[in-house]
Write a protein that binds this ligand. Structure first.
Ligand SMILES: NC(=O)c1ccc[n+]([C@@H]2O[C@H](COP(=O)([O-])OP(=O)(O)OC[C@H]3O[C@@H](n4cnc5c(N)ncnc54)[C@H](O)[C@@H]3O)[C@@H](O)[C@H]2O)c1
Ligand SMILES: N[C@H](CO)Cc1c[nH]c[nH+]1
Ligand SMILES: [Zn+2]
Length: 428
């Protein structure tokens, strides 16, 4: 892990940088995939699946029989865990639904907003290096609460061409029936343009590797909406002397195991914690099942010592992590000062893994500094609003002078006339 000791603000850009591919090369590669799928549909999806996933597919769609029998291939323990997670995620997301409000802005002027589900949505479930069935819950539950009519799910097939049964089971629990064996940029292209098998959707959701994230950003320019750039996972731990070095190291490694391009950062005001976390990372890493992946990620991860908490918090906000764990005595007070983060975990007993799976919050979150401007997934992500208004005759009279004055100042007399014609008619 790269170490920084009391870095001045001049070196912060290097600290907040993520280990990303060259943007131009990535975009060229992804654009070529998008273009092929746009022109050749299913054939191109199958060809890229052969190239990138090493599997030759006959049918892209998963049959209803495969979905229905998936649960037979899961242990009772796993099914119970998925159901507990589902309940918690449902409760949290349902509680945060936006409620419609009717407002009278002036006498006789009433405005309101109607929240409507986005009719056709596409969910991307990562599966290149691990079958992230937890992501099915994170996307399927808010889509279901929002009331989306058509939900399409794409996920890469395993080496045997199968989709992990837990992905199918979680999809079944959330009412998803249109499931396709397609991953990477080719899956995003298929949902953006539509193919003979995979329906075109209005908005694409879900995390993924850099190819997936780039594809989402590129198709967005062609008219399909996306949730956010949710790329390689990252965690930042802010720690003081009260942190437990073993706990902190386990949190850093929990995200490092996602992929070589994940990043884990420790920002601490304690020299002791910095040294002991480094040792703990080494010893815990050596026994991980995904040691090879985590090791690569840890190589591009960072340990930062800051000599005061104010600067440490400023650096966290500049880094804008996907996940922030505050392992400090005054976690709540510090949390109040966090302005840029996807999701925040307070205290020594709030590991990020709890949020990844089951506490209730969503784990699909903005990465690569995008937490400065984007939020994680919520029910709202799956809805759109239409605003409405109704003015009474008196209401129009009350607002007329304001509108006419402003329209005239913009040089738009037809706008002013649309008000004046009504007022004048009534005064004649
Ligand atoms: N930000 C979030 O909310 C969040 C949540 C969960 C997971 N993640 C991240 O999602 C990612 C999942 O990545 P993954 O790779 O395991 O699965 P993935 O499903 O995102 O990507 C796998 C696909 O990438 C394509 N691909 C692989 N190598 C390629 C190449 N050289 N050229 C073109 N396409 C290629 C293949 O088609 C493959 O099917 C991880 O980085 C993880 O950290 C992020
Ligand atoms: N940490 C990931 C989000 O960056 C979510 C996840 C799924 N499974 C395990 N973790
Ligand atoms: Zn995770």
């Amino acid at each position: 892990m790269k170490k920084y000791l009391s870095p001045t603000t001049g070196s912060w850009p290097a600290i907040v940088a993520r280990p990303v591919f060259d943007t131009k090369q990535l975009q060229e590669k992804v654009q070529a995939v998008l273009e092929s799928v746009r022109l050749r549909g299913d054939d191109a999806v199958k060809e890229f699946t052969q190239t990138f996933d090493g599997i030759q597919l006959d049918a892209l769609q998963v049959s209803s029989q495969e979905i229905d029998t998936a649960e037979d291939r899961l242990s009772e323990g796993l099914k119970a865990a998925i159901k507990t997670a589902l309940k918690n995620i449902y409760v949290f997301h349902d509680a945060h639904k936006v409620k419609p409000i009717r407002t009278s802005t002036m006498p006789g002027v009433t405005c309101w907003k109607k929240v409507l589900p986005i009719e056709k949505v596409g969910l991307y479930i990562p599966g290149g290096s691990a079958p992230l069935f937890s992501t099915v819950l994170m996307l399927g539950i808010p889509a279901q609460i929002a009331g989306c009519k058509e939900i399409v799910l794409c996920t890469p097939p395993g080496k045997d061409g199968d989709i992990h049964p837990a992905i199918l089971y979680a999809a079944q629990l959330t009412g998803i029936t249109k499931i396709f064996r397609a991953g990477g940029a080719q899956a995003i292209a298929a949902m953006a343009y539509g193919t003979a098998s995979i329906p075109k959707v209005y908005k694409i959701f879900g995390p993924g590797n850099q190819y997936v994230t780039c594809a989402k950003q590129l198709v967005q320019m062609e008219g399909v909406a996306i949730d956010m750039p949710a790329g390689p996972s990252e965690v930042c731990v802010l720690a003081d002397d009260t942190a437990d070095a073993g706990f902190v190291a386990s949190d850093l490694l929990s995200q490092a195991e996602h992929g070589a391009d994940s990043q884990s950062v420790l920002i601490t005001v304690s020299e002791k914690i910095m040294a002991t976390v480094e040792q703990e990372v080494e010893s815990q890493l050596s026994i991980l099942e995904r040691k090879d992946i985590a090791q690569k990620s840890i190589a591009n991860s960072k340990l930062v010592y800051m000599d005061n908490m104010d600067d440490a918090i400023d650096l966290v906000n500049e880094y804008a992590p996907e996940h922030l764990i505050i392992s400090c005595a005054k976690a709540e007070a510090i949390a109040e000062r966090i302005t840029n983060a996807g999701s925040v975990f307070l205290g020594n007993y709030s590991p990020e893994s709890a949020g990844d799976y089951a506490s209730g919050t969503n784990h699909t979150l903005p990465t690569n500094g995008f937490a400065k401007a984007y939020s994680g997934i919520s029910v709202e992500s799956f809805t759109k609003n239409i605003t409405f208004q109704q003015l009474t005759e008196d209401g129009l009279a009350n607002i007329a002078e304001t509108v006419v004055e402003m329209a005239a100042a913009e040089g738009l007399s037809a706008h002013a006339n649309a008000v004046k014609i009504r007022i004048n008619k009534n005064s004649n």
